[in-house]
Design a protein around this ligand. Structure first.
Ligand SMILES: [Zn+2]
Ligand SMILES: [Zn+2]
Length: 337
């Protein structure tokens, strides 16, 4: 059967009602083993911690008054943070963050409490002494604008390692206020070459790869994060799952778990926005494409748009995802590596 993801996004939208009904009935009819739980790490194992799961503009989005946004405004649901993960190596005493979101200050503070039991400092500490590197996926607002906290008005970091693609490096070097951060050595740019593995510590390495995603300002990287026992794949933003320089499925084959773009449950939720403006693989289509993998790797959806019904933990769509053997990433979730 031809995958829905092999069609153009416009095709997905026009058939979304049919697609969804077909998927719901199919998914519920097939028994699939539940996701294995990832144990909390020991104090010595490196791990990834989820620091946020929202699309760039967060929830509530400034012009959004749907139930997802208003439930957060009313305090019925906690304030989500924008999609990001932290990487911790307790033995090496190192912490890294993937993407510098508009919630960067809060997320770095949360990362500083890792590994579990770490007491917060009682006075100012140079940022580069407890955050040892930032990896950026790309130049859309939710993924790099948190760098604003690193300059003179904020942390005034000194040579904080910043790992980026060649095009992201050019973008930062060519545009203020980011160029100021580079020229004044608040950050130390390290240009990543796709598919070249970068060793971070004795236990951790990262392999960047190129993702198909709209390139208004920069290209987009995804990451394989390798620990001593497991590899986690991180792709918060993608237009499609096909046409990648390294095929998406090959990257999944190299992973034990994957945090993937789950921006939209289906294109029905887009309303007045044209899906061609913001193409993402809908969760229902991703599940359809990947259900044959039977949980290998474990797949968790992140980067949820403010319209996504998966924000409601009691929604039918959450049941659909879990019954199909997939998960919705939650802030604080741990992936032992
Ligand atoms: Zn994004
Ligand atoms: Zn993006």
């Amino acid at each position: 059967m031809m995958s829905k993801l092999q069609k153009r996004p416009q095709t997905i939208a026009s058939s979304s009602l049919l697609t969804r009904r077909h998927f719901l009935s199919g998914a519920l009819a097939v028994p699939i083993a539940p996701l294995r739980s990832w144990l909390r790490p020991t104090q010595t194992s490196p791990y990834v911690v989820v620091l946020g799961t929202a699309q760039d503009a967060g929830v509530p989005q400034v012009n959004c008054f749907n139930e997802n946004c208003n439930a957060v405004r009313r305090g019925v649901r906690p304030l989500p943070r924008v999609s990001s993960i932290g990487l911790v190596d307790p033995l090496a005493g190192k912490r890294f963050i993937f993407d510098a979101t508009p919630d960067f200050a809060s997320q770095v503070g949360e990362l500083l409490t890792h590994p579990a039991g770490t007491a917060l400092p009682r006075a100012s500490v140079p940022l580069q002494e407890y955050l040892h590197g930032i990896f950026l996926t790309h130049g859309h607002m939710g993924h790099y604008t948190g760098l604003i906290h690193i300059g003179r008005e904020g942390a005034a970091a000194s040579r904080l390692p910043l790992y980026v693609s060649p095009s992201m490096a050019s973008y930062l070097n060519d545009n203020e206020p980011w160029a100021f951060l580079v020229q004044n050595h608040h950050v130390q740019l390290t240009v990543l070459q796709p598919e070249i593995r970068l060793v971070l510590t004795d236990s951790l390495a990262v392999t960047p790869f190129t993702v198909v995603h709209r390139q208004e300002f920069t290209d987009t990287l995804g990451f394989l994060i390798h620990g001593p026992e497991r590899t986690l794949m991180f792709v918060p933003d993608a237009d499609v799952w096909e046409g990648w320089r390294i095929p998406f499925q090959q990257l999944l084959d190299r992973s034990d778990a994957a945090l993937l773009d789950g921006s939209f449950f289906s294109y029905e939720e887009l309303g007045h926005r044209r899906q061609g403006d913001v193409p993402h693989p809908p969760v229902i289509a991703s599940i359809d494409l990947l259900s044959g993998r039977r949980g290998d790797p474990e797949i968790w959806f992140t980067h949820l748009n403010n319209t996504n019904p998966l924000w409601d933990p009691n929604s039918h769509e959450n049941v659909v995802v879990s019954n199909a053997g997939f998960g919705v990433a939650r802030r604080g979730q741990i992936f032992k590596l």
